[in-house]
Design a protein. Sequence first.
Length: 420
Amino acid sequence: MNAGTGDRGEVFVDGTDKGRTDRVRRGLGAVGGGGTVMFSDAPGAPGASGAPGAGVPTAARVRRAGAAARAASVPQARPAPRPRPGGVPAESRKAGRWAKVAQRIVPDDLQPEVLRVELTELGDAFRAYQRRPEPDLAVLADLLDRKARAFALWADVTDDASLREEADRAAAAAGTTREMDANRRGVPVDGEGPVVDRLLTRGQGVHVRNVLEHVRVAAPLPGAEARLAVLMLTLRAARAGTGNVTGQDLGGWLPSDGERVVQQLVDVGWLLLPDDVGVDDVLMARPEEPTQVTVPTLIPTQPRPFFFGKVTRARLSGWAQKVVGDRKLRKKKAGAATRLLAVYTAAHSRPDGRLAGAGEEVDGLALDRVASFCAVPPEDVAEHVGLLVAAGWLMEEADTAGGRLRGRLAERVLPLSGLV
């Protein structure tokens, strides 16, 4: 029997006698599958036929119709999984019972056995490295070296060109990673020289030298005390133009002149304090409630003298704090000019500690530029160099002859080297 619509959009059902009716009675012959079968040849309906099967459907017909509907709603059975290249069936991969490395499946029957074991362990090692809380470039370089060797052998065994390409990429990545690690630690790539855990990377060393040059040129007040305060506050406010300061900070930078210097910076407009906050309030600010100060020239809406991220800003500020707050410098009661010289020499030193200007082949630093940053006459630099030698900051051979400051950082200061 066939269902359709009449000329006026009415539902009709063709009966077994091929006749058409326009009136449909619902509810007879319900079948599974969520639908309802409608019959036009129910008893008493116009045009009903007396032929067998033309009336109410029998139970057998309903069962057959229901079975057909249910069969139509059942999805076709899927074919059995076919083995994939490498001999590892799909069901094994779904269950996680295979080895993988670099998104490649290691065949169970790969020979030689030592290669299969190495590839399996290498995949586990890379996944373990990804779970490390902190990256270790030396470890990563070793893993990439292992991958290059293992994939090269795998390519030889299987004659797979893509494996050879993967091995070449791993070898190149291992070299790059090892160079990055050497630069971060400030040692030559060939491994010669002392292995030192540096506080700054080479890139951060460039940033800190840019900050020092900006302070040397743009400091609003003369005098070493003001220069030191400007340096430290600049590093605090370098990104957003604002930074937090406590009384403990000022006391560490300028033990006796903090209040006077901050007031001078406020008076000339270089430093802004919050409303209803005075200099004495800044000196009393505790670490849990620091004072937020503003350096207008560093606000992002103004032309910026330097650009670096949040992590770099914090690293540079921490680096300067370590230099200025060095225990032996405090013990020698080093003044602001001596501390500025310590900052400048640390920032302008090679990985082995020798003092040198950025981009200069000759050793040493131009004495007039050093004096300009430290806010002292050139002839007074030698005195502060002697104080740094006495504090174990510079080696004893430091001198200022010939208009250049030559010397070497002491071994204990090497971690603070700016890596020129």
